[in-house]
Design a protein around this ligand. Sequence first.
Ligand code: MN
Length: 402
Amino acid sequence: MKFLIESSVLQKLKPQIQELLTLLKTTIESKQPIYIRHHADADGYTAGIALERVLVPLIGAQHKRERDVSLYFQRLPSLTPYYSYEDATRDIQNFLRTAEQFSTKPPLFLFLDLGSGPENIPSYHKVKIYGAALAVIDHHPADEHITPLTEVHINPHLIGSTYDYSAGMLCAEIGNLLALEIKNLPEQNFAFIAAVSGTADKVASEEYKKYMSLASHKGFSKEFVQQVAKAIDYEAHILGPTSGRELVQDLLGKDEKKQHKHLALIEKQLEKLFKAQLTTCLHYAQIEEKKHFSYVKVPIEDVLSSRNAYPPRGKAIGIVQQHFNDQGKKAITVGVGKSSFNFRASTEIEKFDVHAFMDLCKKKVPYAQINGGGHRVAGSVTFVAAAKEEVENLLDEYVGGL
Ligand SMILES: [Mn+2]
């Protein structure tokens, strides 16, 4: 097995990767459809695109008519960071209808950049009732009940690695291995795809650096990789629950002419959007100077130009936080919504922890349906709208006590 880079993580994942390669080959040979579901962000898209680039030609080789490929391959983003019960329901209806018309088999689902958490379990049971099989390639913490439900479960957490790999980096390796099976396949630049993915997901491992340097040897500068990562994040937002088909393939270099034109167009728009959003957020922010930091509250739902505005809430709060960081100030920035808070905080504020605040809320307002997560200094908490005042008071107290 020849990987793009040397990595102990990949070495340890070898048995599962081999299992997946075998599974994909037998699935395609037996004319079982393959449905990809990936998270609707830049990492999810790169993961999906890396596999699409090899699965489509492999499936095409099994079918005489080109249009048959669309019966046997599908790729769709998931707006939730897990496979929702609603998406599972839609997918079942979709493959049952196809089966009725074209006598196709229930598909093999590939879940990319999502799928390892416990919230997927009901959806997995549901698609399995209707005869589908599933495999997961994810890099989020893995629940112990997932693997038994899958044909293959590839996740660095299962072999003791935490944040060395993004889903797109894993799928670029798998895509590269499958590409060896295809005659006359043009250069797919899998290292570049891996680099874009790791950049988008802020991976900082040795492996990430290796993909970046491989990509730069192939002529993709760090700036270009970053530009593409930002552009895909934006397009993913615009696409919502639709796949983007060739459009995202082109952004990743399938058609370089279109890619460069599109990147230039997106860059201009993003510059404007980010500047406008920062100005509005700062204007309406409520800023309280604490002893060691600024406590910044942004009425997030009132400062977005539409419900589907870009940058969305989390990112908008991120640029406000960045604004304070750039001035050398420490800050806790909170996007206050009717039933959710988005958090970003300077890492130097050591006592601040989104999870600690969430635990506090669960204890003090157990009837508020507190949910959420993320990292210590970047995350979100949701609650029922009726509890907003109570939760906001708890937040003021919590921040005041830091
Ligand atoms: Mn990811």
